[in-house]
Design a protein around this ligand. Structure first.
Ligand code: UDX
Ligand code: UDX
Length: 459
């Protein structure tokens, strides 16, 4: 059995993962036609927008690739059926949110989109097709996909499927660089022809020694484990940040000293307002659910604690703000700088800013929210219940105007370049700055007359 050359790829799901990862494949493999399809027409229109600043995903470097490849060998469309029909390889990159209802609500992954995608593939694919799981999925999902695809009662023997797991490790904000220079490419599967076909695509730009082949279940679990380990580092340093504030240690100095141990490593040790993003919480909850399912209750409790510390970090920041502003923020203006969950992305999913803003609004504060890339509509949808008590600010200046305090929540470069002397003049005194990302220079801010609270430092 030999597999035909991969000439046409279809990716179901034109989101933060599907869009950039297919763009990078198209850019590196000019001989392959890449079709990204989505049920959301609006999203597809945005991907096809002439004005490149209207792309649905903001990622440094993405615009250039779209400019180069779109309508040459990279297409965005809602024609799911025909693109499945003609594809040699199909990536499933649909969203996999936490279930909100029924068995496993609040923990288990809702697989309904993956299931419906697999059913569409089963129905419309022709000939021999390789189906690749790109979305992060619970271990054993490939078994479900196989069951749907390889239906023994089907009379149509002309269809043949191979299922691979190929999780994506890109981080938002650095997606293009991560995709172009990955630490590793993980391919889980059973059929060596299918594995080699996918491997061949990556070999266009990735060295062979970075391509790791495993069984399906190791590949699925590795993605969950990697995200859990990363989130664990954030909760670890955030827990230490609170202890630093009490003891006079400085969390940056501690992180530097700890990270210089080559066994620990220096990356991913920045204390902050808590991790956000679409993956960490969802994937840890899924891990917890899986552990409980297999009766590993201690393991489940261990990982659950990473989420508890993350929630605690957000809550304690709000408590500190209220306490410093004389015990009440009611009717006080507070500038919020940064609403995305990290710098260099317009994504707000699970952003710590959401929880922090909600709690401050509950306390009666009037928020003036500014983010360089997040649109008003997105903030509106996250804070739907509180429309009257917050304003969308068009600049740092707008957010700071007449405010009693500014809370720095995202580490945007723009915030590192703020001319604080001008900001001080337009705030109400005493002017408080709550720096949750350690952006501000303590001595300079104090010299300018600010009251500064820095996360992880004795204040
Ligand atoms: C998602 C998952 O959240 C993540 O776990 C996984 O690793 C990759 O896929 P992301 O790309 O960030 O991440 O999600 P999102 O931006 O929501 O994109 C998913 C897209 O799939 C949406 O545009 C949605 O409209 C589309 N979709 C969903 C389909 O095209 N068909 C469906 O049946 C369901
Ligand atoms: C993460 C994983 O890094 C990536 O491999 C996976 O594919 C998807 O999930 P992402 O969520 O896009 O990527 O961003 P990441 O850079 O990991 O940041 C996650 C959160 O942790 C952000 O809220 C960020 O601000 C926070 N963080 C990160 C810190 O607070 N401190 C750090 O040192 C690093």
């Amino acid at each position: 059995m030999g597999l035909k050359q991969i000439k046409k790829i279809c990716c179901i799901g034109a989101g933060y993962v599907g869009g950039p990862s297919m763009a990078v494949i198209a850019n590196n493999c000019p001989e392959i036609e890449v079709n990204v399809v989505d049920i959301n027409e609006n999203r597809i229109n945005q991907w096809n927008s002439k004005e490149l600043s209207n792309l649905p995903v903001f990622e440094p470097g993405l615009k250039n690739i779209i400019k180069r490849c779109r309508n040459k060998n990279l297409y965005f469309s809602t024609d799911i059926v025909n693109n499945i029909k003609s594809a040699d390889m199909i990536f499933i990159s649909v969203n996999t949110p936490t279930k909100t209802k029924g068995i496993g609500a609040g923990q288990a992954i809702d697989l309904k989109w993956v299931e419906s995608s697999a059913r569409e593939v089963s129905k419309y694919a022709s000939g021999e097709t390789i189906v690749v799981e790109k979305s992060t999925l619970p271990v054993k999902t490939a078994a479900m996909i196989k069951k749907i695809l390889i239906n023994p009662s089907s009379k149509n023997n002309s269809k043949k499927f191979h299922v691979l797991s190929n999780p994506e490790f890109l981080a938002e904000g650095t997606a293009i660089n991560d995709l172009q220079k990955p630490d590793r490419i993980l391919i889980g599967g059973e059929n060596s022809f299918a594995i080699n076909a996918l491997k061949k695509i990556y070999l266009h730009w990735v060295n062979e020694d970075k391509i790791l082949e495993t069984n399906l279940w190791s590949s699925e679990l590795s993605k969950l484990a990697a995200n859990a380990f990363l989130a664990q580092r954030i909760s670890s340093i955030n827990s230490i940040s609170a202890l630093c504030e009490e003891t006079g240690a400085d969390v940056n100095e501690v992180a530097l000293a700890v990270g210089m141990d080559s066994r620990i490593g220096s990356k991913f040790l920045n204390a902050g307002p808590g991790f956000g993003g679409s993956c960490f919480k969802k994937d840890i909850l899924n891990l917890v659910y899986l552990c409980n399912h297999y009766g590993l209750n201690q393991v489940a409790t261990y990982w659950q604690q990473i989420i508890e510390i993350n929630n605690w970090q957000k809550n304690r920041i709000v408590k500190i703000v209220v306490e410093k502003l004389f015990g009440s923020v009611a009717d006080k203006k507070i500038g919020i700088l940064g609403f995305s969950f990290k710098a260099d992305t317009n994504d707000t999913r699970e952003s710590p800013a959401i929880e922090i803003c909600k709690e401050l609004l509950e306390e009666g504060a009037i928020l003036q929210i500014y983010d360089p890339k997040v649109e008003k509509e997105k903030i509106e949808s996250e804070l739907r219940a509180y429309s009257r008590k917050w304003n969308y600010a068009n600049s740092v200046f707008d957010a700071a105007k007449s405010s009693d305090a500014i809370i720095l929540l995202t580490e945007w470069q723009e915030f590192r370049e703020i001319r604080w002397e001008e900001i001080h003049e337009i705030m109400r005194l005493p002017a408080w700055i709550f720096d949750t990302r350690n952006i501000c220079n303590v001595n300079r801010m104090k010299a300018l007359g600010f009251c500064l609270w820095s996360l992880g430092k004795q204040n």
